[in-house]
Design a protein around this ligand. Sequence first.
Ligand code: B12
Length: 210
Amino acid sequence: MSKMEEIVEEVITGNVDGVAELAQELVDEGTNPSEIIKNGLVAGMDIVGARFKKNEMFVPEVLIAAKAMHAGMDIVKPLLTEGESSSAATVIMATVEGDLHDIGKNLVAMMLEGAGFEVIDLGVDISADEFVEAVKEHQPDIIGLSALLTTTMPAMEETIKSLEEAGVRDQVKVMVGGAPVSQEFADEIDADGYAADGSTATEIAREFVN
Ligand code: B12
């Protein structure tokens, strides 16, 4: 097995130290940093996402894999040249106002990072105005809204309306998700995309920026 294949395996099994060591070895051998990310770290998380979708892996294992991926990123990312690192699309992720659930949102954020996106996580209970401010400040390509309560789903619609009123709706793609959210609801509130899991969210995000 090549070191690149090994790093993919170590990401999947969530071996934090193993991934860090292999990433360092690949760097020392002169492997291109963006290749380590794409063919090693992201490739590993892609498999994790697919297995999670098929119920072959569960939340704790995905979180451990993401931790291992991050350990590799910490070593490789500082070595990317300016052009390489700034070319990544940016996603703002947050749970909407009144809602404190963040496990799913964090999982989606990690999957997106694993796929090479720059993720800005605003946290939970984020108001429409806070979203507007963040969009103006960070100029993201995509924003991801999470809601786990039927009572906070309307805050997604309010957020989209506020983006329109602020004149920034056209600058971003809006992706929504969370257990009570559906494709039908996403269409109703004029969101650009809906995903039921992190793996699909990553696929949609890739389509948005390609
Ligand atoms: C954990 C949990 C909590 C924890 C949250 C801890 C935390 N840090 O997140 C605590 C204890 C704090 C909590 C509190 C409450 N909870 Co709660 N909670 C849950 C529980 C058990 C699990 C949610 C979870 O994390 N799932 C695992 C993750 C991985 O799944 P997920 O969130 O759905 O995310 C996936 C997808 O939806 C999607 N996704 C998620 N976000 C996004 C975003 C985008 C952009 C995309 C594309 C995709 C996407 O991808 C994720 C990965 O696959 C659910 C029950 C359930 N089984 O869902 C109840 C549940 C959501 N809670 C519920 C309730 C009622 C509450 C409380 C009101 C309880 C109370 N009376 O105090 C409070 C509300 C607090 C608040 N203001 O938010 C109800 C909601 C009912 C409803 N239909 O509205 C549920 C369904 C339980 C129930 N059956 O009654 N809760």
